[in-house]
Design a protein around this ligand. Sequence first.
Ligand SMILES: O=C(CO)[C@@H](O)[C@H](O)COP(=O)(O)O
Length: 228
Amino acid sequence: MAAQINPSILSADFARLADEAKAVEGADWLHVDVMDNHFVPNLTLGVPVVESLARATDTPLDCHLMIEAPDRWAPQYVEAGAGSVTFHVEAAAAPVRLAREIRAKGARASMALKPATPIEPYEDLLPELDMLLIMTVEPGFGGQAFLDIMLPKVRRTRELISKHGLELWLQVDGGVSASTIERCADAGADVFVAGSAVYGANDPAEAVRALRNQAGAATAKASWACDH
Ligand SMILES: O=C(CO)[C@@H](O)[C@H](O)COP(=O)(O)O
């Protein structure tokens, strides 16, 4: 799969969300950060805003739920128009049942791991998922420094995906920019969330194109991609 760039709406101007969504049309997905001030120490938006965003843009919505009780809420984000819904394994009561429910409702099912959560205990869950998100910062805020120490986890996850012959996408989120995206691609990521690197740029659409080219070139040279 070609490298995908998903601009994170967290770095956009929340008073102009529809315009900010349109400013990055051409991106693969729009990453929508849902925070409840319980699972993470920040509060953003909920189901009604996602419904409005889905009407405002043709870019599919990649909703990242940084919330407690995702088992209860995730299906509502599918109904609101999300094409992909990510729940955190640290918050989910029944991750397999939840992934199946998201898929049954017609969206891609994705699971996220905070920096301190290892991938190994979840190897058997991977076939239930369409995407695995590895956080490369502590979730909660945009503009944080990329955690290099997450790269071995990205590499290990890519190995597990290959070992099981899965089509699973591998997303990284947090501190992804022109100076870190190549390391992420080399380690095995193929979906890149970028907030400040896109919305902090003079031309957000051009920033998406540049990041995609950079990630694509790094992937072409990466050993994990050459094996396929
Ligand atoms: O989920 C989160 C933060 O919790 C991310 O989506 C950030 O919003 C990414 O922003 P940058 O680190 O790219 O500025």
